[in-house]
Design a binder for this molecule. Structure first.
Ligand code: SF4
Length: 251
């Protein structure tokens, strides 16, 4: 059983939980909190309200909001300057949607998304919604995000270093959304989560991303350019839903 001995802060963000058997990332903190049964004796001042098994509501609320919510990820994305794309964006575009179900990862915001600050609201988004509807899903019933959260100028493909800079947000989203399955749409999403770009060779294979079952398919924008890809996308969407239902049954 892990026992709390301290917490490490960077500014006002909780960075690490220190326990007797090692250091844990903030993502694990609530699990640690739930599993903790011993009173803490060596906490820093910031964490002085924490006592295992009897933490104050104030402390619990602080834990939940400091680094562990999608709203916090949104705030971080909106003020992010980790790569040069912040200089040309109108609005940053964090992910949105439902947690605990299917998570869709695209490439990057386009012109409409950049203006509205929401993912997949242009033509590709409309096409995506039609596929979701055909599969019995609604846009509101899934979580939609992108490999990079700011629009590359001229809708160019995001560079590797831009995807790498934005990757922590994507991983944090996966951690917080806790999806049953992840569908990577396009080469940039595959590169962000698998380090590989070839959609054609990655399709029809099952992967695990952050412990979540995942597959790769084409990006909706590619289907706008090449309608022949639509049947492949539907095939992949149904496959990931099957994977998701299998996982749901096992849980
Ligand atoms: S694309 Fe991602 S890493 Fe780059 S500035 Fe936008 S939010 Fe930050």
């Amino acid at each position: 059983m892990p026992i709390f001995t301290g917490a490490v802060f960077a500014g006002n963000l909780l960075r690490q939980i220190v326990v007797t058997d090692g250091l844990f990332s903030p993502r694990k903190r609530l699990l640690l909190y739930v599993g903790c049964t011993r009173t803490i004796s060596e906490l820093p001042l910031e964490a002085s309200g924490l006592a295992c098994g009897s933490a104050s509501l104030k402390w619990r609320a602080m834990l939940a909001t400091m680094h562990g919510s999608l709203e916090e990820v949104r705030r971080q994305v909106e003020k992010c300057r980790s790569c040069s794309l912040w200089q040309t964006r109108t609005k940053a575009v964090p992910g949105e949607g439902a947690t605990g179900g299917l998570m869709l990862v695209g490439e990057a915001p386009g012109r409409d998304e950049d203006l509205q600050g929401r993912p997949f609201v242009g033509r590709a988004g409309k096409l995506l919604e039609s596929f979701l509807s055909a599969a019995g899903l609604s846009r509101e019933g899934v979580y939609i995000t992108n490999a990079v959260k700011c629009r590359p100028p001229g809708n160019r493909r995001p560079k590797s270093e831009e995807i790498a800079a934005c990757r922590p947000y994507l991983l944090e989203e996966i951690e917080l959304v806790r999806p049953l399955a992840v569908l990577m749409m396009g080469s940039s999403a595959a590169y962000a989560l698998l380090g590989k770009r070839s959609v054609v060779s990655l399709r029809k294979k099952e992967f695990t991303v952050q412990g979540v079952p995942a597959r790769v398919t084409f990006h909706p924008a590619a289907m706008l350019r090449n309608p022949a890809l639509r049947s492949y996308f539907m095939e992949d969407l149904l496959a990931i839903l099957h994977l998701m239902s299998t996982k749901g049954t096992q849980n």
